[in-house]
Design a protein around this ligand. Structure first.
Ligand code: CA
Length: 230
């Protein structure tokens, strides 16, 4: 018998949870509903789900806190998280992604949209790339330890900024459009606006400090990481 993908639904509103569970069940998924972070944690300590559908607003710990915790835990690190937000607020979406969510969906959403997003995060759960170090100029990224240093000074990067820098460093000196970066760094994130890329490039530059000029804006084209900034 084919194993149905298990989806852990963390949602405190029974009516919404019920609707989601019914739709998932009818479409070949195995939903497991829990109403708060504590119950979710107990579930995760048992059988790991294939993905987590995580409501932002929950009693007790918020979805953001939970996403961050599960991303930091080696056991749950690789489980895709689809964050459910009540508002389509850009800052909220970015905060969700920064906390480690793989994608977000805004309430109210259609069944088709929910299914598309879940299939998308499941598809994207690819094996981690082979650990390697990349050095561009005085900038060094160690993929094994997720450490980034510039002139031996350790830099503090958020998860998205790290992924973005990793991509730019492994494809240095080339110009990448916002669309290409979304595709390569965020995966098939068709629902993210291109402006999100600008937000993360800005944060990446802040984190890079003295090395910030290495990330160049190429007007009308996109971004490039270069060893020799103009
Ligand atoms: Ca809620």
């Amino acid at each position: 018998m084919r194993k149905l993908p298990r989806i852990l639904v963390v949602e405190d509103e029974p009516a919404i949870a019920e609707l989601i569970a019914v739709n998932l069940r009818h479409n070949g998924f195995q939903p497991i509903w829990v109403a708060d972070g504590e119950a979710a944690q107990r579930e995760l300590e048992g059988v790991l789900p294939d993905a987590i559908l995580l409501d932002w607003m929950l009693p007790g710990h918020s979805g953001i806190v939970l996403a961050r915790r599960w991303r930091a835990d080696p056991r749950t690190q690789a489980v895709p998280i689809l964050m459910v937000t009540a508002r389509g607020d850009e800052r909220e979406k970015v905060a969700g992604l920064d906390a480690g969510a793989d994608d977000y969906i805004t309430k109210p959403f259609s069944t088709q949209e929910l299914l598309a997003r879940i299939r998308s995060v499941l598809r994207r759960r690819a094996p981690q790339p082979v650990s390697e170090s990349v050095a561009i100029g005085a900038l060094l990224l160690d993929a094994a330890t997720h450490r980034v240093t510039h002139q031996t000074r350790a830099l503090k990067l958020g998860p998205t900024e790290y992924k973005l820098l990793h991509y730019l460093m492994t494809h240095a000196e080339r110009v990448h459009s916002r669309g290409q970066l979304l595709d390569k760094v965020w995966g098939d994130h068709v629902y993210i606006e291109e402006r999100t890329v600008d937000v993360h490039v800005k944060r990446l530059r802040e984190a890079l400090g003295d090395a910030a000029p290495m990330v160049e804006t190429v007007r009308g084209a996109g971004y490039r990481l270069t060893a020799q900034p103009a």
